[in-house]
Write a protein that binds this ligand. Structure first.
Ligand code: HEM
Ligand SMILES: [Cu+2]
Length: 601
């Protein structure tokens, strides 16, 4: 019950973690099925229809329901602690964000039970996704599920922007922010600017599908390329929404485990801002073959290639941070170090794809699949694994087992390269993506088998990680506050796991790497910025959960043309909003004498 009503950022972080891992497993299972089907020529493990459903749901699930929530898990768990805050700016919204994401994801996945699964690809290109070619309810699940889940993401973006602007401890100026906090600040801005485009696109597509509107119906004056523009105006920045937090994690992990200040901090900040900005300028590199013409293709090519410059700055700064450091090869650090060359390879194939004439060759082949998995898995998922191993003791008060951690890393790392490296060559040979099978004897057979074997290794790596979690669970909660002993930022100054109110006294920050600075001067604790006093806390609330259930019901109602049910669902949500505005809830206080009553996560 506690967990259904919580507004505590640490608990919401754990909820995101559980839900994200759950969907990661579902998406992973789908990936394995895809790879089993492609293991040998003319295989028939799944039908062509099921295959389309699998790739659609795999892509959609991995991006929206696994990667994003796992990032939200880490940002919830860490950001308030890193900036010396007691919670996020809007705790109620934070909980609402989680529940809308969760019920949106649930709705999307219930399509498997309804037997009508989205099958137009995770990009839902029209006219394929329009009412003529996708007449069942499959794409409706996509359109409505993602709209509900998208509300959650947008709320999170707004919330974390407000939190980082307003809730920083005294002395923590922007140019003293830890790199992860910077990354999340920029990510939040990206979410706020990019997600509305997706929402608009989904609403338009929903109108086309449910009410025969003509946004994308070419026969009635609509435009299919319009969908591509709207989708990629969201979709390209989305890639940066995923990767920028990973950049932040790598920066933290690399500098902690080399016992060195992050090299070129201010250039890191500006490089990240520049990457985010350019990320909005390059969406049409996904559309070179739609016939935009040589001028547009040329400009978008160049803009895309420009991103390599600030990215290069970041890569070299990480290498210089490692250079000469006293490096500890913990599991978190292995993932961070593994990230660097892997992500560079994804970047190199990215520049190759950015060349418009060359893209006419690579387009819709396995080369593209190899490229984006190098970026998304080799970048983001490695980053998430690094972050989870790094902050686990802070979140749960228990250290993960390092031996199993290393097994996780090596099986996942080797499996990853086995799976995807070879797909570059499959693509160059001409194997198209999104086809459910292929004829033997074209030189694809062995490479596909190797790729499938690699996928199983990644599966084993993931299982090892889950095993680690379960084994660790049985251990006592004895992680030290500064669990790695070389922590540099504020989260390492409070107990693991932190008490409900995080900081008994908000600390005074005197420089970049606030905690490291104090340690180097021989201090054993931060200087507080306020006397011990009564701490104001927000009350828990069940309303976010009920509001999300309302939207969930409404989604079903509209999908199946039961307007009454749709109306009831919306009424539940609106009713909760009314209740929320009318009830005056001032929260509660934790008095100084109660503040030491044991640690509560
Ligand atoms: C065991 C690991 C994985 C395997 C074996 C795997 C395999 C595949 C395969 C075979 C496809 C179909 C490509 C095509 O023909 O278009 C695919 C698509 C995709 N995957 Fe993965 N994948 C894995 C992990 C991930 C992860 C972790 C993510 C994201 C976080 C991801 C995101 C995507 C996306 C966005 C697509 C595009 C779907 C589409 O083409 O519409 N994958 N994956
Ligand atoms: Cu792009």
């Amino acid at each position: 019950m506690d967990w259904l009503t919580t507004v505590d950022h640490k608990k919401i972080g754990i909820l995101y973690l559980i839900a994200g891992l759950f969907f990661f497993l579902i998406g992973g299972l789908e990936a394995i099925l895809i790879r089993v089907q492609l293991m040998k020529p003319m295989n028939d493990v799944v039908s062509s229809d099921t295959f389309n459903e699998l790739i659609t749901m795999h892509g959609t699930t991995m991006i929206f329901l696994a990667a994003m929530p796992l990032l939200f898990a880490l940002m919830n768990a860490v950001i308030p602690l890193q900036i010396g805050a007691r919670d996020v700016a809007f705790p109620f919204l934070n909980s609402l964000g989680f529940w809308t994401f969760f019920f949106g994801g649930l709705l999307l996945n219930l399509s498997w039970f309804a037997g009508t699964v989205p099958d137009a690809g995770w990009t839902s290109y029209v006219p394929l996704a329009g009412p003529n070619y996708s007449s069942g309810h499959g794409v409706d699940y996509y359109v409505i599920g993602l709209q509900i889940a998208g509300i959650g993401t947008l709320l999170g973006g707004i919330n974390f922007m407000a939190t980082i602007i307003n809730m920083r401890a005294p002395g923590l100026s922007f140019m003293r922010l830890p790199m992860f906090t910077w990354a999340i600040f920029i990510t939040s801005a990206l979410i706020v600017f990019a997600f509305p485009a997706l929402t608009v696109g989904l609403v338009a597509l929903m109108f086309d599908r449910l009410f025969q509107a003509n946004f994308f119906e070419v026969g009635n004056g609509g435009s299919g390329v319009l969908w591509e523009h709207i989708f990629w105006v969201f979709g390209h920045p989305e890639v940066y929404i995923l990767i920028v937090p990973a950049f932040g994690i790598i920066s933290e992990v690399v500098s902690t485990f080399s016992r060195k200040r992050l090299f070129g901090y201010s250039s890191m900040v500006f490089a990240t801002v520049l990457i985010a900005f350019l990320g909005f300028m390059v969406w049409a590199h996904h559309m070179f073959t739609t016939g935009l013409g040589p001028v547009a293709n040329g400009l978008f090519s160049i803009a895309t290639m420009l991103i390599a410059v600030p990215t290069g700055v970041k890569i070299f700064n990480w290498l210089f941070t490692l250079w000469g450091g006293s490096i500890k090869f913990t599991t978190a650090n292995l993932f961070a170090i593994g990230f660097i060359p892997t992500f560079v390879m994804g970047g190199v194939t990215g520049v190759m794809l950015a060349s418009a004439p060359a893209d006419y060759q690579y387009h819709d082949t396995y080369f593209v699949v190899a490229h984006f998995h190098y970026v998304i898995v080799g970048g983001l998922i490695f980053g998430i694994f690094a972050g989870m191993h790094y902050w686990w003791p802070k979140m749960f008060g228990r250290m993960l087992n390092e031996t199993i951690g290393k097994i996780t890393f090596w099986t996942f790392f080797i499996g990853f390269h086995l799976t995807f490296f070879i797909q570059h060559f499959l693509g160059l040979l001409g194997m198209p993506r999104r086809v459910y099978t292929y004829l033997g004897g074209q030189g694809y057979d062995d490479m596909n088998l190797i790729s499938t074997i690699g996928a199983f290794f990644m599966g084993i790596g993931t299982i090892a990680f889950l095993l680690n979690i379960f084994i660790t669970w049985a251990k006592p909660r004895n992680a030290a506050a500064d669990a790695w002993e070389d922590g540099r930022s504020l989260e390492w100054t409070i107990p693991s796991p932190p008490p409900e109110y995080n900081f008994k006294q908000v600390p005074l920050v005197r420089g970049y790497d606030a905690w490291w600075k104090e340690k180097m001067e021989g201090k054993t604790a931060m200087t507080p910025s306020e006397p011990v006093g009564s701490i104001h806390m927000p009350s828990p609330s069940i309303l976010p959960l009920i509001m999300s259930i309302g939207l969930f019901i409404a989604g079903f109602g509209f999908m199946y043309d039961r307007l009454i049910i749709g109306g009831i669902g919306l009424a539940i949500t609106l009713g909760c909003m009314v209740v929320r505005s009318l009830i005056d809830d001032h929260g509660f206080h934790i008095e100084p004498e109660d503040q030491d009553e044991g640690v509560k996560a």
